[in-house]
Design a protein around this ligand. Structure first.
Ligand SMILES: [Zn+2]
Length: 370
């Protein structure tokens, strides 16, 4: 078993969690975004020069349409590149270092400094020890996943986007979705206006190869980005899930992997280790309503959901000297709460006697006397 002692806590060493960032190669990371930029530049040149100027402005009486399309396309392209810039510069976020939880008694003064009281609920192994990330030297919080690209545990990790060359996590997920919305509109306008113009020219036997290329590229881009956006929105609305949750649910080996939860029960004043399925675990983050789930991603002000942020400061990992009284304080904006329905479901299991073991965490002694 991958158990090791850390201060007054015992941790479970999770060694299989880097599998999603296999493309950790600088050349690979740059080549796809470069191809994407080149295609966008070529597509924009062909669209503006060949369609808007040559076909609409010079050869027909649709001068106003030509100008309107150039202005619209220019604005959308600026927004697309600005959002891309935000996604990369802001980054996915970094989970602060979380010391291990006070599980066992230890009289050593030195090691006692590096532990915190166990939170009321956390993910653990079968014996009730929290999951430890050996790369960061930290307990992994709920929804955090270690990314080799950033070299840190990323809060609400979603995926590594090869097209944009960035990991997507809590800090840039909203921008990523906004990017998908604006790039879909960009491709959609290019695709539809070029098809209309091409069909008109086809009757006049006036062919331009660039227009055919735009129809194909913009069409592919439009269907790919709208499909991706649709699936992201669907899973957010359904249960506030991220791509990594979907992968875990769809993969047979991941789905079969049981999740263990350590939970403090106020009624019995005891801590239990309960076994749950991957499906039950993925329901932990559901806010209970469509608006609640969307709000968790886009923020509480509905009017800013589609407006690109003007803040592009990057969050840094908090220092270890901060107040380490509780997990919530350490994680701050990255703290994730489990919904009441899931907690009730786990407590029902405990009442039915369906738990793995009763855990005697030393840090709970304070709680017992409350
Ligand atoms: Zn890590």
């Amino acid at each position: 078993m991958n158990i090791f002692k850390k201060g007054r806590g015992l941790c479970y060493l999770n060694q299989i969690d880097c599998s999603f960032d296999f493309r950790n190669n600088r050349f690979f990371k740059l080549i796809v975004p470069t191809i994407f930029v080149c295609l966008l530049i070529y597509g924009s040149w062909a669209f503006i020069h060949k369609l808007c100027i040559n076909q609409l402005y010079n050869k027909s009486d649709k001068r106003a349409t030509g100008i309107a399309l150039i202005v619209t396309h220019g604005c959308l392209l600026l927004i697309d590149f600005y959002l891309w810039f935000l996604i990369v510069t802001r980054g996915p976020g970094i989970q602060p270092i979380v010391p291990t939880f006070e599980i066992i008694e230890d009289s050593n003064e030195e090691t006692n400094k590096d532990v915190i009281r166990p939170p009321s609920i956390f993910e653990c192994n079968v014996q009730g020890y929290p999951i430890w990330c050996p790369y960061c030297g930290s307990v992994k919080a709920f929804r955090s996943h270690h990314s080799r690209s950033t070299g840190s545990c990323v809060p609400k990790f979603d995926h590594y986007c090869s097209w944009l060359g960035s990991v997507i996590g809590q800090d840039n997920y909203k921008m990523f979705l906004q990017f998908l919305i604006y790039i879909s509109i960009t491709f959609g306008i290019m695709w539809i206006s070029t098809i209309i113009c091409y069909l008109k020219n086809f009757q006049e036997r006036n062919h331009d190869g660039n227009l055919i290329v735009i129809v194909i590229l913009a069409g592919l881009g439009f269907f790919f980005t709208t499909g991706l956006l649709g699936s992201h929105i669907y899973y957010i609305v359904a249960s506030n899930l991220r791509s990594i949750d979907i992968i875990a649910l769809k993969s047979q080996t991941m789905r079969d992997k049981i999740v263990f939860i350590s939970i403090w029960d106020e009624q019995t004043k005891k801590r239990y280790v309960v076994e749950i399925t991957r499906e039950q675990y993925c329901q932990f983050w559901d806010m209970g309503s469509v608006y609640g789930n969307l709000k968790d991603v886009f923020g509480s002000n509905i009017w800013t959901w589609l407006i690109p942020s003007i803040i592009f400061t990057k969050h840094r990992r908090g220092s270890q000297t901060q107040d380490i009284e509780g997990l919530e304080n350490i994680l701050d904006q990255y703290n994730v709460t489990v919904n009441d329905m899931s907690i009730e479901r786990i407590k029902d299991k405990i009442r039915r006697g369906e738990y793995v073991c009763i855990m005697d965490a030393f840090g709970d002694y304070d709680r017992k006397s409350v």
